[in-house]
Design a protein around this ligand. Structure first.
Ligand SMILES: CC(=O)N[C@@H](Cc1ccccc1Cl)C(=O)N1CCC[C@]12C=C[C@@H]1CC[C@@H](C(=O)N[C@@H]3C(=O)N4[C@@H](C=C[C@H]3C)CC[C@H]4C(=O)O)N1C2=O
Length: 111
């Protein structure tokens, strides 16, 4: 019921506002395979990432209208979810960052 529109390797991080620092998402550091999935029936979208090593889910975040996707550097992109949690993706390559961002922008345009 869901199809992957894009996948990219990235270290998934969450910003700890109280201590003003980035933390690795999930129980360990490590690279995730991060997808943008489209739920074809109800036409919704989400970012889902799983650690390459143990498949732990490192991110599962709805992409909602009005999401501001910030390409802070060519390989570090970030956004707030609807609970104001800030996610950061530290991509393994510029090419993967570009293709992820391109798909994200197209998805945001359709919402
Ligand atoms: C208006 C607004 O909301 N602005 C938000 C960003 C934003 C803008 C627009 C829409 C949505 C959002 Cl989300 C904002 O500025 N935010 C969101 C929370 C965090 C932050 C606030 C302060 C700090 C200061 C330094 C900076 C930062 O974290 N830079 C990175 C960095 O220090 N690192 C990461 C990599 C590279 C760098 C780029 C990898 C790990 C660490 C490191 O290099 O070791 N910050 C931010 O990005």
């Amino acid at each position: 019921s869901e199809q992957s529109l894009v996948s990219a390797r990235a270290s998934v991080m969450v910003y700890d506002d109280s201590h003003k620092r980035w933390l690795p998402s999930g129980t360990s550091q490590g690279i995730s395979k991060v997808h943008i999935y489209q739920h074809v029936i109800n036409n919704t979208f989400r970012v889902v990432g799983r650690k390459l090593q143990d498949h732990e889910v490192s991110i599962n975040c709805a992409i909602l209208r009005g999401l501001k996707y910030n390409q802070a550097t060519p390989t570090f992109h970030q956004w707030r979810d609807n609970r104001q949690v800030v996610f950061g993706l530290n991509f393994s390559s510029k090419e993967e960052a570009d293709s992820f961002a391109q798909t994200m922008m197209v998805v945001l345009d359709t919402l």
